[in-house]
Each structure stands twice: as structure tokens, then as C-alpha cells.
Design a protein around this ligand. Structure first.
Ligand code: ADP
Length: 342
């Protein structure tokens, strides 16, 4: 029974000797030989034996075996019948704490990201009030208010997208998605900012290729990559979207001739709100969430996103999706036909 428990478990006899210990309890160094080596736990066990009251506590144990860090355990100590035996259950909280810390960081980041434009809006509103008899100043400041409001909308929109796809299961009923049309649509939505910078946008190789997935999500992922390619490229360069296949995958690449990404940042750019250059991202209207969204969408599709980049030369982001077998495509097509027929 002890080995089936998820926690480390120890049974002490009436003389404080270890009668049984799960292998986790030994691995974590809570038990050595026939001894429970954590004094705090021993004291607790004695109290429980004396008055029969179940007790809970949190303890930190320096586990040398697993490096210098302390492991934190949620502990529960209970009497076993009236025999003087005591059961000690210790649950490793390290992962739980780590997830909690990530969540806290994320909330702090969101608050900061929302506070900045709201603060700016409030200041601008005051300034407009003061400048009410100067129409030119009013026009200028209200224009900036619009920019801040758009930034706020973009962050909120990205947060909604992220929370919708985060932690969701892989798509249960993927539908056939025509790559030719999503590449064309994604390029179209970025055409205006690209034209403004004289950036040439070209797409190739997607015609006639189909993958299985969620069309709206794949469109979002591709749009985010192309928008970044345009935002982080100088004037009069080229952004190429190309699609290729291997035996097991369909690869969609977005290559730019832009500023590139320093090697040490490459691993982190997919984190929420991570930016290489915060000022630059802000100037281009970035939310810092685009690549986090792309990564989640790819996980959702049992695919992955990879990046190659060289500072000063450019970057290539690749979306790799599983290549569907033709019978899978036929099956989903038939299903869809039947649904429409009904
Ligand atoms: P943002 O909204 O800031 O663009 P993303 O999550 O889309 O946020 O990207 C994170 C960071 O990665 C960006 O701030 C930028 O520093 C870097 N980055 C993303 N795409 C590119 C690219 N094509 N070229 C250079 N840097 C990029």
C-alpha cells in the first residue's frame, strides 16, 4: 500500500523505529537505515502518538543528493489504529511551488503590461484637459491616446488568445486545412505595414498542400511570425514564406533579412512577455506574447516551432506540423461531408 502512495511514506513503531518506508522516503533522505532522520518529523510523530491527533506541517529538507537546494514537503502525520504506530506522509512540493512562482510572475507581468498604457492614457487625458484651448495640441495628444488604447486592446486580445489555447488538450477533431489559402491570407493581413517599409513579401510552395488542424489557430501562428518578420526588419528587405515537406512533416518557414536575435536570447523568446529589446518591441506595437501564442498553437497541433537566427543577417522561424497520411485526410473529409449533409 505504501508503494502505491504518491507521497513519501514512513511507518514508525512505538519506539520510533522505522517499520516501513517507501523508496521515495529513502531517496529523499528522510529515512536512513531504521531511523527517521528529520528531527522535526520525529517530534511531530511523538506528539501524534501521545494524543492521537492528526497533524500537518510544511518542512524544508536540504537534500544533498539532489543538489544544494532544499526540497519542501507538505507533511501529514497520523496514528495507525491504537497500536502506537504512526504514519508519516511527506509530499514533495517543489514542482507545485515552481508552478506557483511562474503563475505569480505572470500575474505581476500582466499587471505591469496593463498598467503602463493605462497610466499613459490617464496622463494624456490630463494633458488634453489642460490644453483645451489649443486645438493642435489636443489633436496630437488624442492621437497618442488612440495609440495607447490600441496597445491595451492588443495586449488584452493576445491574453485572451493565450488563455484559450493554454493547457487545452491536443485538438480532438482536426479538420483539413488548406495551406495555400492560410499562407495567402496571413500575407495579406501584413501587406500594409510591409508596403509602408518597402518590404517584399513572397509566399511559395503551399499550393495544394493540406494539413490537419484548426484553421484559425494556424492562421494566427503564421500571422504572428510574418508580422514579427516585418516588424524586426529594416526597410527594403524581403520576407519569404515557404512550405516544404519531408516524409513525416510539413514545414512552413518564415525567413527575414532583419536585425536577427542574439544567441543567448534564442531560448527565451518563446516565453510570455520576453523581449530582446523592450523599447523596440514597444515601438513596433508588440505585446511580447506573439511567440508564446505560436508555441502553444504548435504544441496543440503536436508540432513544434524552431528558430534559426544570426544577428545582423536575419531570422528564420519554422512551423513543423505532422504530415497527414492520405487516408487520414480522406477520413476527415468524409466525416465533414457527412456533417454538412445532416
Ligand atoms: P513582440 O510582441 O515583442 O514582438 P513576440 O513574442 O512576438 O513579442 O517576440 C518576442 C521577441 O522576440 C521580440 O520582442 C523580439 O525581440 C524577438 N523577435 C521575434 N521575432 C523576431 C524576428 N523575426 N527578428 C528579430 N527578433 C524577433
Amino acid at each position: 500500500m505504501l508503494s502505491a502512495l504518491p507521497s513519501s511514506a514512513v511507518v514508525l513503531d512505538s519506539g520510533d523505529r522505522v517499520l516501513r518506508a517507501s523508496s521515495a522516503a529513502r531517496a529523499f533522505g528522510l529515512v536512513r537505515g531504521e531511523e527517521l532522520v528529520i528531527g522535526e518529523l520525529l517530534t511531530l510523530a511523538r506528539k501524534v502518538r501521545r494524543d492521537g491527533v492528526i497533524r500537518e506541517t510544511d518542512i524544508e529538507v536540504a537534500v544533498r543528493k539532489f543538489g544544494p537546494d532544499a526540497t519542501s514537503f507538505a507533511v501529514r502525520v497520523a496514528p495507525l489504529g491504537g497500536t502506537g504506530l504512526v504514519l508519516v506522509l511527506a509530499e514533495d512540493q517543489t514542482e507545485h511551488r515552481r508552478v506557483e512562482a511562474v503563475r505569480r510572475d505572470f500575474v505581476a507581468n500582466i499587471s505591469h503590461e496593463l498598467k503602463t498604457p493605462v497610466g499613459a492614457l490617464s496622463l494624456l487625458a490630463e494633458t488634453v484637459q489642460d490644453a483645451s484651448d489649443d486645438p493642435e495640441a489636443v489633436r496630437r495628444f488624442t492621437g497618442r491616446m488612440q495609440t495607447e488604447a490600441s496597445r491595451l486592446t492588443a495586449v488584452i486580445q493576445d491574453l485572451i488568445t493565450l488563455s484559450r489555447i493554454q493547457g487545452a488538450e491536443p485538438i480532438a477533431e482536426p479538420a483539413p486545412v488548406d495551406l495555400g489559402s492560410i499562407v495567402e491570407e496571413a500575407i495579406d493581413t501584413v501587406r500594409m505595414p510591409a508596403d509602408a517599409k518597402g518590404i517584399e513579401l513572397v509566399g511559395s510552395g503551399a499550393e495544394g498542400l493540406t494539413v490537419l488542424g484548426d484553421e484559425a489557430m494556424l492562421g494566427t501562428a503564421l500571422r504572428n511570425l510574418i508580422a514579427n518578420a516585418v516588424a524586426y526588419s529594416p526597410k527594403n528587405t524581403r520576407v519569404a514564406v515557404s512550405v516544404g515537406t519531408s516524409r513525416s512533416s510539413v514545414d512552413i518557414s518564415v525567413a527575414d533579412q532583419g536585425i536577427g536575435i542574439p544567441q543567448q536570447d534564442l531560448e527565451r523568446i518563446f516565453e510570455r512577455f520576453y523581449r530582446v529589446d523592450a523599447a523596440r518591441s514597444r515601438a513596433t506595437g508588440g505585446t511580447g506574447l506573439g511567440l508564446a501564442i505560436v508555441k502553444h498553437i504548435m504544441t496543440h497541433h503536436r508540432g513544434e516551432v524552431t528558430v534559426w537566427s544570426k544577428e545582423g543577417s536575419g531570422s528564420t522561424f519554422t512551423l513543423r506540423l505532422p504530415r497527414p497520411e492520405s487516408r487520414e485526410l480522406d477520413a476527415t473529409r468524409n466525416d465533414n461531408h457527412q456533417e454538412t449533409a445532416q
